[in-house]
Design a protein around this ligand. Structure first.
Ligand code: BDR
Ligand code: CA
Length: 308
């Protein structure tokens, strides 16, 4: 069997970030080398604490480092309406079982890249602040990045404004740096993530698996589903896990290579991801997902966790 792909998880947990990390930890194809928090769904203090609690729940024993406290240029913007005041409302979680890394996110990511014998996949599931800061501080490490598989954007529409998706809107300057970096990018935006819908029948299957992780994931999904039903969705769009699916089950996805450019100036369209073929492609953009296959994958993943 091939060696697992080293990955760095960078996110703002967040229910769907946490479920993305659950998928990553469950997969024998991935080796989580570090976890970094970013300011997005909640303040950096809250997302960092949540990252530590999620790692404790999932048994992720990689170092966890605190990320940038604010976007590169913009004022911070949070999403308590989606994820609650804690940033991860719902079931009770274990307290952190390891201290935070003494390094900050960019230093830790750089160290992991420098020390890795093989190129590493970055999986950002929040604003791209830390990733852009890494690329600015360490351009020499680009060749150590195999791919940036990110959740963000939407070619056809936004969710926080008509034109922009939350992760890109929070830090469009960072997104521009990442998309113009020349590093291979897989973009899972709203085009595909709003098709990764989870329904009560799915979270009841997950709950029946019965282990502690399965119970928490089912509760997270129920929380996330409740919020999205209130605002008119038919199910819970599991955005962030699609960035992990791209690495472990690309066969579930339909994609297209495009040039994706980031709008940083527009009065109405700041944070938009403009996809087109008038220039060379810089990203593989996911557009569709085998929804039932995705739901099965979540059930298989939670089933790998034990009783402890
Ligand atoms: C993105 O915004 C956040 O609230 C979610 O965690 C996801 O990363 C979807 O727009
Ligand atoms: Ca997120």
């Amino acid at each position: 069997m091939e060696k697992p792909l080293p990955v760095l998880l960078d996110g703002d947990p967040g229910h769907d970030d946490a479920i993305a990390w659950m998928l990553a930890k469950a997969s024998p194809l991935l080796d989580i080398r570090a976890v970094t928090s970013v300011c997005g769904n909640q303040t950096i203090e809250k997302t960092t604490y949540n990252a530590q609690r999620v790692c404790a729940l999932l048994g992720i024993d990689a170092p966890v480092a605190m990320g940038k406290p604010a976007p590169l240029l913009a004022e911070p913007m949070n999403a308590p309406s989606v994820h609650g005041q804690s940033g991860l409302d719902g079931p009770v979680l274990p307290e952190p079982n390891a201290p935070l890394s003494s390094l900050r996110s960019v230093e830790l990511m750089a160290k992991v890249l420098q020390e890795s014998e093989t190129p590493v996949a970055l999986v950002p599931t929040g604003p791209l602040t830390n990733i852009a800061a890494l690329l600015l501080a360490h351009p020499e490490l680009k060749e150590k990045i195999k791919v940036i598989s990110l959740m963000g954007g939407g070619i056809t529409h936004g969710n926080w404004t008509p034109a922009a998706e939350f992760n890109i809107l929070v830090d469009p300057e960072a997104a521009k740096i990442v998309f113009e970096s020349g590093v291979p990018i897989v973009m899972s935006g709203l085009d595909v993530t709003e098709r990764a819908l989870i329904f009560p029948k799915d979270f009841e299957r997950i709950r029946k698996v019965g282990n502690p992780v399965a119970r928490v994931v089912a509760d997270w999904l129920e929380f996330f589903y409740g919020f999205h039903r209130e605002i008119g969705y038919t199910g819970a769009p599991l955005h962030d896990p699609v960035a992990v699916v791209s690495l472990i089950r690309p066969d579930l996805l339909t994609s297209k290579r495009l040039c994706v450019e980031i709008e940083t100036q527009g009065e109405y369209c700041r944070g938009a991801t403009i996809g087109h073929d008038r220039k060379p492609a810089n990203a593989l953009v996911n557009f569709d997902i085998d929804r039932d296959g995705f739901a099965d994958l979540l059930v298989e993943a939670v089933s790998t966790y034990g009783e402890g």
